[in-house]
Design a protein around this ligand. Structure first.
Ligand code: COA
Ligand code: AMP
Length: 629
């Protein structure tokens, strides 16, 4: 069947579509219906089923003849190590860690924070939690203690599973001091911390609270899978919203299994046994869905890469990994390709490797700029597929379903909606806009299986953030348009979220950090265009009356403050002192106008602006920083 027929078959009978898709999952108790709308506008899927994620990702493959197939290829140029774990290995290691967690009293529904770099134990930890129905929350290693503390207080984990360090090119990031500080800062105190001691850094352990990874498992017995209800949360993943408080996206077990399984063949065109590689990090949604869960649920081999596109050791690393491990489908963020292109514009490194195994490159996480797409297409000679989704959805909203049919690629568009998603463009009043007109991108409810049913402990926030602006729709936070062929174009965010090197960050959170500086009276952070990272944050600081220290000193302290409070991943390196911020008469800071000035785009003078001359001052400050030229 072609894409249109499949999409129409979903539209005609969504219940049948998702019950059919559910046949690919091994259920302890099969669902008798797919959508539960009894609590609309909050929807859930497969609520009368019982199932286990780890069973579907690991055990069933061992039972069904894939025991000796490699499940995970760990490729770590930063430690010069490689390791192949078969499905059988994964089963043994996961069951043992699950048993050790049970010994510590962790049971179904308890939360476990995982703060680990890209090592196999991170995947084992996620699966071990899923095995016993514990709800994991992975926190990205580039976040500072303060961000970890916020997540500890929100998720209230019994345990933290962590490693002694992460490895960034040229430096070792010791995780244990960050964890200790986070626990110091948080109100909730986890009962224990389990540390994987990596040879690159030994963490000191606090007797009674901290345990060594190996010792923790010494007396453990392998644990069986605990079956959970279809709507039991598989995990919580925090993502940036408009304010400093991150949103805890809840991922329900059954819908997650069904949707991710469906996506592997239909979107990424891989069959069980094929090698799939998502070059991301387990701390992001791409890592959850496409390094850990989807490839394993589908019986693929997944590459776990601990390195960077450049500098580990060179701009040919990606090509080495693809050819060495015979990767068929490769997924990363456009920024990774921009980094390679900058180092090796002619793609010379590629000639050293045979990439005939590679069938397609998939890009997501940020806007894929046409230059990068053309460069990648020319270099690799395979289709370059942009696709658009979010932490909230967990899988593709709009893409090009290569396993169904390779639709014509329109550069600049991630293509068309996947079954389950009815995407509309709405004006401010929620009225649908005609084809070609720019508006808010919204999805008609219900969202499909696998997407978030709510936010962790924050149902009202979920409703306010996503469901209240356009009743009957999910508000994506993106603006865009749909053309006459039904192709979507994502143009911008409608909120204060920015995308830095494919990492989603909140300018609001950075403003909160900056306002903690005693000399800062007021501030605004905007995302400005950046050739490598897509966007980078830039801060405007208004100082408290009477402060007359050198501005450079204050700016440097502010940059350090954001690094300490949010983390290096924020890439906050640009800030400037200004006398005033442009505002509306009602006091709203005109961030969008400042972005336009910085990026040299035309803009309309906001009718409600209080004092237009401030924009000239902002422009001058931006020019001094190398923007707005
Ligand atoms: N732990 C600790 N620090 C981390 C970290 C981690 N897991 N990940 C990143 N950082 C640090 C970096 O060392 C860097 O610190 P610095 O300011 O001292 O140099 C900072 O956070 C910013 O990191 P990053 O955004 O990765 O920038 P970079 O300049 O080191 O690398 C790219 C640029 C493009 C090579 C890199 O961003 C990249 O590989 N991106 C791929 C995109 C991706 O995986 N996206 C995920 C969603 S699909
Ligand atoms: P995250 O939740 O980190 O995956 O970020 C989701 C946001 O990243 C989306 O809401 C978009 O703003 C942006 N994004 C993700 N993929 C794309 C894409 N293919 N094109 C344009 N923007 C994208």
């Amino acid at each position: 069947m072609d894409y249109h027929s499949i999409y129409e078959s979903w539209r005609a009978d969504p219940e049948k579509f998702w019950m059919d898709a559910a046949k690919n999952i091994d259920w302890h108790k099969k669902p008798t219906f797919a959508l539960n709308h009894s609590n609309a506008p909050l929807y859930e899927w497969y609520t009368d089923s019982f199932v286990n994620t780890c069973f579907n990702a690991v055990d069933r493959h061992v039972k069904n003849g894939r025991a000796d197939q490699t499940a995970i290829i760990y490729d770590s140029p930063v430690t010069e190590k490689q390791l192949h774990l078969t499905y059988k290995d994964l089963l043994e290691k996961t069951s043992l860690l699950a048993g050790a967690l049970i010994n510590k009293g962790i049971t179904k529904g308890d939360r476990v924070i995982i703060y680990m770099p890209m090592v196999p134990e991170a995947i084992i930890a996620m699966l071990a939690c899923a095995r016993i129905g514990a709800i994991h929350s992975v926190v990205f290693g580039g976040f500072a203690s303060n961000e970890l503390a916020v997540r500890i207080d929100d998720a209230q984990p019994k345990t933290i599973l962590a490693a002694s360090c992460g490895i960034e090119p040229g430096r070792i990031i010791e995780y244990k001091p960050l964890i200790d500080e986070a626990i110091e800062l948080s109100e909730h105190k986890p009962e224990c911390v389990v540390i994987l001691q990596r040879p690159e850094a030994q963490a000191s352990l606090m007797p009674g609270r901290d345990f060594d990874w190996e010792e923790f498992q010494l007396d453990a017995k392998p644990a069986d899978c605990v079956m959970v209800e279809g709507n039991h949360p598989a995990y919580i993943l925090y993502t940036s919203g408009t304010t400093g408080a991150p949103k805890g996206v809840v991922r329900p077990t059954a819908g997650h299994l069904v949707a991710l399984h469906w996506s592997m063949k239909n979107i990424y065109d891989v069959d069980p046994g094929d090698v799939f590689w998502a070059a991301s990090d387990v701390g992001w949604v791409v890592g959850h869905s496409y390094i850990c869960y989807a490839p394993l649920i589908h019986g693929n081999t997944s590459v776990l890469f601990e390195g960077k596109p450049v500098g580990t050791p060179d701009a040919g690393t990606f090509w080495r990994v693809i050819s060495e491990h015979k990767v068929k489908s490769f997924f990363t963020a456009p920024t990774a390709f921009r980094a390679i292109k900058r180092e090796d514009p002619e793609g010379k490194f590629k000639s050293k490797y045979d990439l005939s195994c590679l069938k397609a490159l998939y890009l997501a996480g940020e806007r894929a700029d046409p230059d990068t797409i053309y460069w990648a297409q020319n270099l690799l000679g395979v289709p370059v597929i942009d696709h658009w989704w979010q932490t909230e959805t967990g899988w593709t909203i709009v893409g090009n379903p290569m396993g169904i049919e390779a639709l014509p690629i329109k550069v600049g568009s991630p293509s068309v909606p996947m079954p389950g998603y009815d995407v509309r463009i709405l004006d401010n009043d929620g009225k649908e806009l005609p084809k070609g007109e720019l508006g808010a991108v919204a999805i008609k409810l219900p969202l499909p299986p696998g997407t978030l049913p709510t936010l962790w402990n924050a149902e009202e926030r979920f409703k306010n953030s996503y469901l209240s602006t356009f009743p009957g729709f999910y508000e994506t936070g993106d603006a865009g348009l749909i053309d006459d062929d039904g192709y979507l174009y994502i143009m911008a965010r409608t909120d204060d979220v920015i995308n830095v090197a494919g990492h989603r960050l909140s300018t609001g959170a950075m403003e909160e950090a900056l306002s903690n500086h005693s000399d800062v009276a007021e501030c605004a952070v905007i995302g400005v265009s950046d050739q490598l990272k897509g966007q980078v944050p830039l801060g405007f600081l208004c100082l408290t009356n009477g402060v007359n220290r050198p501005h450079k000193e204050i700016v440097d302290e502010c940059i350090q403050l954001v690094r300490d409070q949010i983390g290096p991943v924020a890439s906050f390196k640009l800030a400037t002192v200004v006398a005033r911020l442009p505002k509306t008469r009602s006091g709203k800071i005109l961030r969008a106008t400042m972005v336009k000035i910085a990026d040299n785009q035309e803009f309309k003078m906001p009718a409600t602006i209080d004092d237009p001359t401030i924009l000239d001052e902002i422009k001058e400050a931006l020019i001094a920083l190398g923007y707005a030229n």
